[in-house]
Design a protein around this ligand. Structure first.
Ligand SMILES: Cc1cc2nc3c(=O)[nH]c(=O)nc-3n(C[C@H](O)[C@H](O)[C@H](O)COP(=O)(O)O)c2cc1C
Length: 381
């Protein structure tokens, strides 16, 4: 078999290497999965202008996101259960991101803890915060992120109640996995994955277990979220979080111009246009279709980033052309991780870089920082 050439190739390989319940946790959206599909499909409707007879030498993809240098304007999105795609998944992905020169964002719902990731990295990573009812626990998470040297806090605004994902319910998703015949069979047919898991102690939520009080049921994400996440979270709480944190702040999960204005009013450093990868409000528009409107509304006051549906360097270029200062990838790095561990995350990033670089050149640009809407032949949004 030839080495994977695309993110789709990595996805096929991950499907064969990761137990069904965890592969499908990544490859799923809420309810009808309409928004999940729209995130990918809507990129295809945007067309690039082909330019010729332009000097293509000395190209640069370097940029900054919230003042941090990045090798290309891409960060790894926070994703829960990452250490279940591959043993020690968050530690491996963070190392890959560090070596590549792009930010890694650790989820509150990670398997490896903040301290685990800090122990294998030398540069600061970013931490994503879910706000729980128990503010002492939130305060403690913020303090741990500070102690670990995290250089940005990403507050997720779009998941105070969980959007139902049918596949997770059918699959009986949990971490650690249950030992029913169905689950044992799923794992037994993925021997490489099992070997990795046998070699690590990290099989449940490293930021939660042993840190949060009254954690009665972590086996069902739905019931745990309902019990612990604070459904009253409001813009006022951002002020408190800002005070506790005192560093760079990013608000993730904004899909509406009015909400984007409220996010800019908080004094945050960036907003991420996102629908949680189509995993929350099914029926919401794709992230890329909302990006230009949000850039027009607040782009002069706050950095606008975007995630959702990016599967190629062409998609990254389109997002940058529509005004995104930075982009994030969730599933593309998870598929790489599930397929080949750290090497797969390295490969996912290299695939995206190569596609982005060549696509930019064929659009007649040499510097990603000069890319704007003029490189688009057709933009339905
Ligand atoms: C498996 C999975 C787990 C996720 N877990 C989290 C999470 O813990 N916190 C969060 O803010 N976003 C989470 N997200 C959303 C991602 O941060 C990001 O918004 C989304 O993956 C972007 O879409 P993409 O996967 O198409 O790139 C998760 C997404 C996936 C696919």
């Amino acid at each position: 078999m030839t080495a994977p050439l695309t993110i789709a190739d990595l996805k096929s390989l991950a499907r064969r290497r990761v137990p069904k319940m965890f592969f499908e946790y990544a490859d799923s959206g809420s309810w009808t999965e309409g928004t999940y599909r729209a995130n990918e499909d809507d990129f295809a409707a945007i067309k690039l202008r082909q330019r010729v007879m332009v000097d293509m030498t000395n190209r640069s993809l370097k940029s900054t996101m919230i003042g941090h240098d990045v090798a290309m304007p891409v960060a790894l999105a926070p994703t829960g259960f990452t250490g279940m795609q591959h043993a020690d998944g968050e530690m491996l992905a963070a190392k890959a991101a560090e070596e590549f020169g792009v930010p890694f964002t650790l989820s509150t719902m990670s398997i490896c803890s903040i301290e685990d990731v800090a122990s294998v990295t030398t540069k600061p990573f970013w931490f994503q915060l879910y706000v729980m009812r128990d503010r002492d626990f939130v305060q403690n998470l913020i303090d741990r992120a500070k102690r670990a040297g995290c250089s940005a806090l990403v507050v997720t605004a779009d998941l105070q109640i969980l959007g139902q994902r049918h596949k997770d319910i059918h699959n009986g998703l949990s971490a650690p996995p249950k030992f029913t015949p169905k689950h044992v069979w799923q794992m037994a047919t993925r021997p490489q994955w099992c070997l990795g898991m046998l070699g690590t102690k990290r099989r449940t939520f490293g930021n939660i277990v042993g840190h949060a009080k009254n954690v009665s049921d972590l086996s069902s994400l739905g019931s745990w979220t309902a019990e612990q996440f604070d459904p009253r979270l409001s813009w006022k709480d951002i002020e408190w979080i800002k005070q506790q944190w005192g560093g760079k702040l990013i608000i993730k999960g904004v899909l509406d111009e009015e909400d984007a204005r409220a996010a800019a009013d908080t004094g945050a450093d960036a907003v991420i246009v996102s629908n949680h990868g189509g995993r929350q409000l099914d029926g919401a528009p794709s992230s890329i279709s909302m990006l230009p409107k949000i850039v027009d509304a607040v782009g002069d006051r706050i950095e606008v980033h975007v995630d959702g549906g990016i599967r190629s360097g062409q998609d990254i270029l389109k997002a940058v052309a529509l005004g995104a200062r930075g982009t994030y990838i969730g599933r593309p790095f998870l598929y790489g991780l599930g397929a080949m561990g750290k090497e797969g995350v390295d490969l996912a990033l290299s695939i995206l870089r190569k596609e982005l670089d060549v696509t930019m050149a064929l659009c007649g640009k040499r510097d990603i920082q000069t890319v704007d809407r003029s490189i688009l032949a057709h933009n339905p949004y």
